[in-house]
Design a protein around this ligand. Sequence first.
Ligand code: AMP
Ligand code: MG
Length: 472
Amino acid sequence: MSDFGLTLENHYARLGEGFFTHLPAEAIGSPRLIHANADAARLIDLDPAVFSDPRFAQAMGGHLPLTGFKPLAMAYSGHQFGVWAGQLGDGRALLVGQARNARGELWDIQLKGAGKTPYSRFGDGRAVMRSTIREYLASAALAALDIPTSRALSIVATGEQVVRETLEPGAVLARLAPSHVRFGHFEHVFHHGQKEKVRVLADHVIGEYFPDLAGDYAAWFGEVVRRTAHLVAAWQAVGFAHGVMNTDNMSILGLTIDYGPYGFMDAYDPWFICNHSDEQGRYAFANQPAVALWNLRALALTLSELVGTEALLDALNDFERHFGAAYRARMRARLGLARDEEGDDKLVGDLLALMARARADYSLGFLHLTDEGAWLNLFGEMAEDASAWLARWQARTKDEDLSGLARVNPRYVLRNWVAETAIRAVEDKNDIATLDQIFNLVRAPFTKNDGGEAFAAPPPSSMCDLEVSCSS
Ligand code: AMP
Ligand code: MG
């Protein structure tokens, strides 16, 4: 037992030299707890009562190390926007604990924005309040939508200003994931000629996180392909664009990690680009499945001494099947199609085409299916075509049980304007209540909340053109 009743283990450090650098967090500013997530705390058997202990803000703000754990920054490399970027690593994140819960699960505790590391390159090691709130809310939102993700535990304000395009308030995010190992970890040792370390890393990952597959590297890679395909299928179904699918931002466990300029779509546009810095649209919404496969190929190359070429290719070839099955299941659920009938795929495809032409709101296009007037309103001048599609859907589902629709089609989606509302409230007015309200809406996105109805809407005209970029 360590501080706050946590059971800590220096598990990642067993990988040995070349995988990390030990260093303490920088004590930046004066830590003040802005918000903490009780659901996330429970994952590491942390009693949410500790949130009111001032030592909690100090620990999660990087001022008070957790006893029994030697903090470290991880080393990894990666392909950024399709180009080999060489060594990257945790430039502003620090692993400050690995907690073993009563169920036997291991959870990394990382602080993001707790100072410079040997991997900071030109960066300042800091995080701004804006991106910290964005990651905090989005990881809660995705978890509630049943999408694998890292979890945010807390936001601590540092009280210091951070230089970006303008001066911005600084913050430290504490986040949890079973592991923060990335595809880029494998690329790092492989492309730096340390091929024996690829096996060390694979054994480490399989031993802790895929124990059933011990000794079978091919089956393990197949599982990574499957998880990645399922992850991206879930993003596509819910209308989430990650924004920076570089290989260093791809979790080996198939989790959503490293929230940056992500976006939930408002009007449906398959070529939606959420990252203002992505001029070519490499990470446009519709490209995400292909990019995931590209990234898996980069990972496969690093495993070429552990797994035969044929087995690697077989696993990669399965991506499309896994993706298709997972995507289809999620989309069918969104339309209430339980029984398999001929023409179902076309029904789904025609809806998407219609929404794209009408630029209809993606989330409301599912939520309002059972409210004909509200649904038709989404399609503006295309109402006639929309009406014809709706008649087909109504005929197709007349014998389906539609009571489950409300449990798969979220009412409260973390649209950009909603996240921005939380950010402005905290930054401009120290208004934590609005952040708390939005947090509670997105963590229970299917439950109607009378006070929150305004946040279910598409962006008001004043907040249509918010831009997000890699600068965070
Ligand atoms: P990202 O695409 O945001 O996940 O970051 C890519 C790389 O840049 C990672 O190695 C990060 O740790 C690093 N990085 C991003 N922002 C900063 C910063 N402000 N200070 C130091 N390193 C950073
Ligand atoms: Mg990253």
